[in-house]
Design a protein around this ligand. Sequence first.
Ligand SMILES: [Fe+2]
Ligand SMILES: [Fe+2]
Length: 279
Amino acid sequence: MIISTLMDDKKKEGSPLINEHGLSFHIHKEEYNILFDMGASEYFAYNAQKMGIDLNNIDLAVISHGHYDHGGGLKTFFKENKNSEVYLKPLGKYYRINDPLSPQEINLDIDVLEKNSLRLKYIRENREVLPGIHLISSIIQKYDSRQDNNGLYKMKNGKMVRDDFDHELLMILEEKDKIIIISGCSHQGILNMIETACSLFPQKHIKAIIGGFHLIYPTEFSQKNDYSTHIKKIGEKIAEYPVEMIYTGHCTSEKSYNILKEVLKDRLNYAYTGTVIYL
Ligand SMILES: [Fe+2]
Ligand SMILES: [Fe+2]
């Protein structure tokens, strides 16, 4: 299996690719090609072309959740690919509120969704969409991830409420004796994602976890020490699971990454734009 990072917030110095705040992975196996997320704009397609990946060959596309930095490239995807369906959970309107007077809309373009509704497949329960490819709709809530999602809201019955990320899904690629977990932002908590995968596949070890962990370091000085401890604990908990390799980036901030790295050492890697992972 070859997993190519078509988009991440960062790229390596000198890379000819374009980076933006967004995420996109291309997954190639003999039997299929999958696109998991599409970045925030058309740039994921530019990078795909530079990396020799033909988007028209995608058999299945997935949008991990309803934030623009994961599905912003949808319009471009429909232009480049004429066959593949796009799997996602039902989406709504989502906001980031830094200043209560000006909430920032961070959802997908509703127009693009409506115009291409025939190619959208909504996931409402866990489903094996192709042999060995599982889209997981219900995530076990064992660990509290609320403090990692401060400032993120959704519209519910005309009111803005804290987002519970019921629009988020997880992808698990099942192999003979192992699984690979692919997550967009892990808003519901990376530990809950791992816990869910382990409970669904208790006999299999985790070959790799790939995705953003939404561990954004808070700017308020008073919270900093507490937050470092919080991240360290997450790293220690991850280490308790049967996980071989981890590739993160995107919404795992640099500070959080460095704290996790101290705990997880060689098992943890950064998935820059252009990173190719052979599994
Ligand atoms: Fe994100
Ligand atoms: Fe997100």
